[in-house]
Write a protein that binds this ligand. Structure first.
Ligand code: SF4
Length: 74
């Protein structure tokens, strides 16, 4: 299963990710990205790749397989 991560310290609130996949990304009151689903269905890989590509700040990271990062997982 893919795993998407968003670094809110890097996000500049351009909103490209939200436009690309509004069911996976949202923006908060400050305009910064929030993830609605960090482990989307593999069928969404196309949208995820596009969001990562379009993000102007490099805030999004996509692991296409399930590479669990223990520091990142509760
Ligand atoms: S596209 Fe990148 S910079 Fe823009 S809101 Fe999404 S994560 Fe932030």
């Amino acid at each position: 299963m893919p795993h998407i991560r968003a670094d809110r310290d890097v996000c500049i609130g351009a909103g490209q990710c939200v436009l690309t996949a509004p069911d996976l990304f949202d923006s908060d009151d400050e305009g910064l990205v929030t993830l609605l689903d960090a482990h989307p269905d593999p069928s969404r890989l196309g949208d995820l790749r596009e969001a990562v590509e379009l993000c102007p700040s490099g805030a999004l990271r996509l692991a296409e397989a399930d590479e669990r990062d223990e520091a990142d997982e509760p």
